[in-house]
Design a protein around this ligand. Sequence first.
Ligand code: URA
Length: 236
Amino acid sequence: MLRLDKFLCDCGKGTRSEVKKLIKQGKVCVNGTVTRDGSLKINETDTVTLNNKPVIYEKYIYLMLNKPKNTVSATEDDNDKTVIDLVKSEDRRNGLFPCGRLDKDTTGLLILTNDGELAHDLLSPRKHVQKTYFAEIEGIFPENAPTLFEKGLDIGEFVCKSAKLIILSEKEGNTEAEITLTEGKFHQVKKMVAFLGCRVTELKRISFGALSLDPRLKEGEYRPLTPKEIALLKER
Ligand code: URA
């Protein structure tokens, strides 16, 4: 049982005060009858419509964001714009938060959700969820760098789990590479690259678990995950 106004909020139909207004305006029907009472308790067998269109209950929201630079992976910040600030009010559900962190200057795939259980699962070190980054790097790696990554770099501050380094190009002293980790320590890619005497100049996450960044999303844009993508995330 859920209050009608909460139900509409959870379904992304507006803030609590916005949906209260819609209800007062007579735009909401429960089982075919207009109701102006936001406190009415409804359950899954009730049919709710807004402006004569059915409203299907979705407790959780899952968004794929192409994070731009100069945003922080947090829900609130005193100084910087957060990734949640990029989300339109109709999608900004209670409890929406970034599933993991990318640095302020890192771009690319970030999942935003209010499904705490799934996020906890995906971020658990025991799950070894693969994250792949495209990196532009100043410097050329030693020839054995892919083997060193694979063995697990001991960078002093911590020992990295086995990782994958694929060199895509090397020219004029610069490298482009794809790096896949199964963990996510603070600044990890930058620290691993620095340990081998090079410097990350651009970093973009291109995949997270079974999901790849949708190439149609420009930086700062997001879209809901498809049911298939949600199932892929949950499969783990
Ligand atoms: N590694 C980094 O160094 N930064 C990120 O944002 C993600 C992984």
